[in-house]
Design a protein around this ligand. Structure first.
Ligand SMILES: [Zn+2]
Length: 237
């Protein structure tokens, strides 16, 4: 069984890694994209039969030394780090996706190509290509390693995608597909929640019941944001 080490990039409070002030007055931190997307990628890869190690799985920052140590000690076959890019921290029309690999690693380059192709296909964002870099996590990991830069925090349209659960799923599925291609493993697509199974039996997933419609709508909005297809059913009794 192949082992993938997933890295979520930074901690919640890591300095610098956030959008400029959005039109609604809010600022989105890179962690708000990296962390949920890393968790989604974990579920994609497990579904496809991989073993997963999380190099960092908390709100607190994990040092680069520890991220690399977890990958190396865990015997990971590849290391995949999830990030959101930034140019100058000022809104601009620059944008798109790029995947970084260690300069002299041909396996890393191949992995980057597979993942970059799927990311561009799935998101429709600009293809900035793959790039060889001499960065710590790429250099010090003892397996092929990539950094996925899944959009720009200082491009307003792409910044708005950061906390969109559907976009996070698209990115996670695309990275998963790229990894499957790299290993020659069959990609297993995601099943729709509440879907029909054998013999016409319907397995429903319910996450709340309320007397006040407003409370139902509030929970539905949260579930939607997390990437689920949601509908409210009126149950009169
Ligand atoms: Zn980053």
């Amino acid at each position: 069984m192949h082992i993938v080490c997933i890295d979520n990039g930074h901690g919640y409070d890591t300095l610098g890694n956030r959008t400029p002030v959005m039109p609604n007055g809010k600022v989105i931190r890179e962690w708000e994209f990296n962390h949920p997307t890393a968790k989604k990628l974990e579920s994609v890869l497990k579904r496809c039969g991989f073993r997963v190690i999380m190099a960092s799985d908390t709100k607190k920052d994990t040092t680069l030394v520890n991220r690399v140590k977890r990958a190396n000690d865990g015997g990971a076959d590849i290391f995949v780090s999830i990030h959101y890019n930034a140019y100058k921290g000022i809104w601009g029309s620059h944008g798109g996706i790029e995947t970084l690999h260690y300069l002299n690693s041909s396996k890393g380059k191949n992995l980057a190509q597979q993942v970059q192709r799927e990311l561009v296909k799935a998101t429709g964002l600009r293809d900035r290509g793959i790039k060889g870099r001499n960065l710590y996590v790429l250099r010090r990991t003892s397996m092929p390693a990539i950094i996925c830069e899944c959009g720009f925090m200082d491009n307003l349209k792409e910044a708005e995608l950061m906390t969109d659960g559907n976009h996070q799923w698209k990115v996670a599925e695309a990275i998963g597909k790229g990894i499957c291609n790299y290993f020659g493993v069959k990609y297993v697509p995601r099943k729709e929640e509440g879907g029909q199974d054998e013999k016409g039996i319907l397995y429903k997933v319910q996450i709340g019941a309320f007397r006040d419609r407003k409370n139902a709508e509030a929970l539905a909005a949260r579930a939607k944001k997390a990437g689920f297809d949601v509908y409210i059913v009126k149950d009169e009794r």
